[in-house]
Write a protein that binds this ligand. Structure first.
Ligand code: 1GP
Length: 237
C-alpha cells in the first residue's frame, strides 16, 4: 500500500497521525543512533526530513542512517528543489499556495523533476499554507511571501479548498518552525470542515496538550519539530 493510501486508511479507522520533523541542518550523522530510539519510543507514525534553509548536503547519508535503524515511512519535506534524496520513501510535493511568489508555486517544482525522475519516491501533491504566527518565520523570509492572516479564516478555508480543487492530496497548515503562536484551533476546525482531503497541522506545537487539541479540532496529522529537537524525550515523559 502506498504511503498516501495508508494515510487515507488510517483516517477511515479514526487513527491520528504524528510526524517528527528532522531538520538536516540541526542533526548530525553521529547523533542518529541516539535519536532513533527516542523516535521509536514516541507515537510518531511518519518522519519528515527537510528545512527552509538547508542546501541538501549529506541528505542521503542522514536518511540512510535513519532508515537503517527505523522503519517508519520517511517523507521529504523540502524547502527547495535541492532537498531530494532517493533514500527517502516519498516527498511532500509542496506548493506554497498562501504566497504569491511563482518560485515557490511552480519554479522549484519544475526544477526538481530531473532529480525526481532518478528516484522511486512516492510524490504526494501538497498544498502548503503559511499562516501568520507572531513573528516572521523562516518560511516567510526564505520564500519572500506574506503569511495568511490568522483572523481571516474564511480566506484560509477558500485557499485550502482551491488547493483541493487543483488536485492536491494533502493540505498543510503551517505556522512556521518554532512559531510563537500555533495554528488557531478555530481555523483547524473550519478548514477541516471545508476539505475532503487529509489535513496536516504544524508549527509552534510544543506540548502534548496542544497536540491533542489540534487533533480534536480536526488535524489528521500533527508535525512536531522544535519540541522534539530541544528535548528528544519529549514524548516519553
Ligand atoms: C515546521 O510544522 C513544522 O515546518 C514543525 O514546526 O518546529 O515549531 O514544531 P515546529
Amino acid at each position: 500500500m502506498s504511503i498516501y493510501q495508508n494515510i487515507i486508511q488510517s483516517l477511515k479507522e479514526h487513527k491520528k497521525l504524528l510526524a517528527i520533523l528532522i531538520d538536516p541542518e540541526k542533526v548530525d550523522l553521529q547523533h542518529i543512533p541516539q535519536l532513533v530510539p527516542q523516535i521509536k519510543k514516541s507515537p510518531a507514525t511518519h518522519i519528515f526530513v527537510g528545512g527552509s534553509t538547508f542546501e541538501g548536503k549529506n541528505l542521503d547519508n542522514l536518511i540512510a542512517g535513519l532508515k537503517s535503524h527505523c522503519d517508519l515511512p520517511i517523507l521529504l519535506f523540502p524547502g527547495g528543489f535541492q532537498q531530494i534524496s532517493a533514500q527517502a520513501d516519498g516527498i511532500l510535493f509542496l506548493s506554497l499556495l498562501s504566497g504569491r511568489n511563482p518560485d515557490y508555486l511552480i519554479e522549484h517544482q519544475v526544477k526538481s523533476v530531473p532529480y525526481l525522475e532518478q528516484t522511486q519516491l512516492e510524490v504526494i501533491p501538497t498544498g502548503y499554507l503559511l499562516i501568520e504566527s507572531g513573528k516572521e518565520t523562516a518560511v516567510a523570509r526564505v520564500s519572500q511571501t506574506q503569511p495568511l492572516s490568522r483572523e481571516n479564516i474564511d480566506y484560509v478555508c477558500q485557499t485550502a479548498k482551491a488547493g483541493e480543487y487543483l488536485g492536491k492530496k494533502l493540505i498543510y497548515l503551517e505556522a512556521g518552525s518554532g512559531a510563537e503562536l500555533a495554528i488557531p484551533l478555530e481555523m483547524i476546525r473550519k478548514v477541516k470542515a471545508t476539505l475532503s482531503i487529509p489535513l496536516i497541522v504544524g508549527g509552534g506545537i510544543r506540548s502534548k496538550k496542544a497536540i491533542d487539541e489540534a487533533f480534536s479540532a480536526g488535524a489528521d496529522m500533527v508535525v512536531i519539530g522544535t519540541a522534539f529537537e530541544n528535548d528528544n524525550t519529549f514524548f516519553n515523559v
